[in-house]
Design a protein around this ligand. Structure first.
Ligand SMILES: [Cu+2]
Length: 154
């Protein structure tokens, strides 16, 4: 009797479970070390309002808080979180020690209102993130297509 050979790799979902907290010792009151990545703005559908997404990684042993956001592209930038089907404005969002704060479609997002110029795919928006402890971080946020999906890159 012959058995069929396996034809593909079995990919197991262990990655999400291997969150290692080693190196986390100490007072827990260290300094946050922040870095921002994966920022983008989907090309707005109206010329009144736009959304923005990014990730803040904290490699440090102290937590921080995103307290406000400003931009050259809009008079008004607010932070929103999504709860169920609706969203609400928040005044601050935690960046945990050795953790991250994620803004993504369907979750936390920036809301740009009173846009100062047309924001077309290919343009760049300058965004400044202000934190409770760390100094401000300037982000050059690219405007992507209206249906851009960071998971696929399209
Ligand atoms: Cu919103």
């Amino acid at each position: 009797m012959s058995r069929p050979a396996p034809t593909g790799l079995l990919i197991t979902g262990t990655l999400a479970l291997t969150l290692v907290l080693a190196g986390c010792g100490g007072s827990g009151d260290g300094t946050p070390e922040l870095a921002v990545s994966a920022s983008y703005m989907p090309q707005p559908i109206t010329d009144e309002m736009a959304a923005g997404f990014f990730t803040v990684d904290n490699k440090g042993g102290g937590k921080d808080e995103l307290t406000s956001v400003t931009s050259d592209a809009a008079a008004d930038v607010t932070m929103h979180e999504t709860v169920g089907q609706s969203m609400r404005e928040v005044k601050a969002l935690d960046v945990p020690a050795h953790g991250q704060l994620v803004f993504k479609s369907g979750g936390n997002h920036l809301m740009f209102e009173k846009l100062r110029r047309q924001l077309k795919q290919g343009a760049t928006v300058t965004v400044e993130l202000h934190f409770a402890k760390s100094g401000p971080i300037k982000v050059e946020m690219p405007v992507k297509s209206a249906t851009y999906n960071p998971a696929t890159g399209h």
